[in-house]
Design a protein around this ligand. Structure first.
Ligand code: MG
Length: 310
């Protein structure tokens, strides 16, 4: 029997209990409640775990938008995605990854890369791996090497102005990432036309259900044969290459922004970044940050305090 396990707040569990009020059955030890609907059996535990079981377990859980999935098992007679996509990384496949999401200054960049089976060894030998494990200089060189080899890729850059206006309009960063990955992969699929591929690997940043919900909110659907994987850079060379291309683009954009501004911007979101933001506010005015930074980060408030105390 398919079963999905989630972690929920007490508040959510209370809401669930009310919603399933008319379908409650006797609950097992340690449970807050158990409900039995036509589609699923829902059991909530005092620990905050909520289990959805039954043929429509996932559909039932999806009604509870945004709850965090912590485990999933599927019945033996259902197609198992893990089996279908096992060794995907050893076949022709697509991978996508992003950069800049944790950096206060600069854009978000997302790349998708198409790798053919016969290129995999060669790319590994080139030293392509998770961009976080490579120096900035090597990232730039490897990105150039990938482009020179003619490996098909797509690259999207969400500049700060756009980022800030979407954020103001209610988009979470997760939704922006999901839409950027989705569009980058679609762009790449157009580029490679009918070249064969076995599947798509996305470096996982939220649960598959949340990702699907983000797409659905913009009338988009998950592309077929998509596999979400944490630490996907070490699993798939296409994701590793995408991480290199996205990072290289982020570094180049940071250089451009630094030139435009007249002094070097800093990566990350630490205390030095707060101080730099304060300097920008003092010299150029607060509104300038809108074009250089992700203004909803806590750094903005800290920078305001610094500049007020100047
Ligand atoms: Mg990633």
């Amino acid at each position: 029997m398919p079963q999905n396990v989630y972690h929920c707040s007490n508040e959510t569990i209370k809401k669930m209990e009310q919603a399933y009020n008319h379908t409650l059955v006797s609950s097992p030890p340690g449970a807050v409640f158990r409900a039995k609907t036509d589609d699923a059996v829902i059991t909530a535990y005092k620990s905050g775990k909520v289990m959805f079981q039954g043929h429509a377990a996932q559909k039932e859980a999806a009604k509870w938008n945004g709850i965090a999935q912590i485990g999933e098992t599927k019945s033996a007679n259902q197609p198992n995605e893990d089996e279908q996509t096992s060794n995907l990384a050893e076949k022709n496949h697509i991978g996508s990854d992003e950069s800049g999401t944790g950096d206060y200054f600069g854009p978000i960049t997302v790349a998708a890369v198409y790798i053919e089976q016969k290129q995999i060894q060669q790319l590994k030998q080139m030293g392509i791996q998770d961009s976080k494990k490579i120096t900035d200089r090597n990232v730039l060189e490897l990105a150039k090497a990938i482009a020179t080899k003619g490996i098909p890729y797509s690259l999207l850059i969400m500049h700060n102005k756009k980022y800030n206006s979407l954020q103001k309009a209610g988009w979470s960063q997760g939704k922006m990432k999901a839409m950027l990955h989705h569009h980058a992969i679609q762009l790449l699929l157009k580029k490679i036309e009918s070249a064969p591929y076995e599947g798509i690997v996305i470096d996982q940043f939220c649960t598959p259900i949340v990702y699907k919900n983000y797409l659905a909110s913009e009338n988009e659907k998950l592309l077929n044969h998509t596999l979400f994987k944490t630490k996907a850079e070490s699993y798939s060379i296409a994701v590793a290459a995408a991480s290199v291309i996205a990072r290289a683009s982020f570094l180049k954009e940071m250089d451009k922004l630094s030139n435009q501004l007249g002094f070097p911007l800093l990566k990350g979101a630490g205390n030095k970044v707060d101080q730099l933001a304060a300097k920008i506010i003092r010299l150029k005015g607060e509104e300038v940050l809108y074009e250089y930074a992700k203004v909803h980060f806590a750094n903005t408030n800290k920078a305001m305090q610094y500049s007020n105390n100047w």
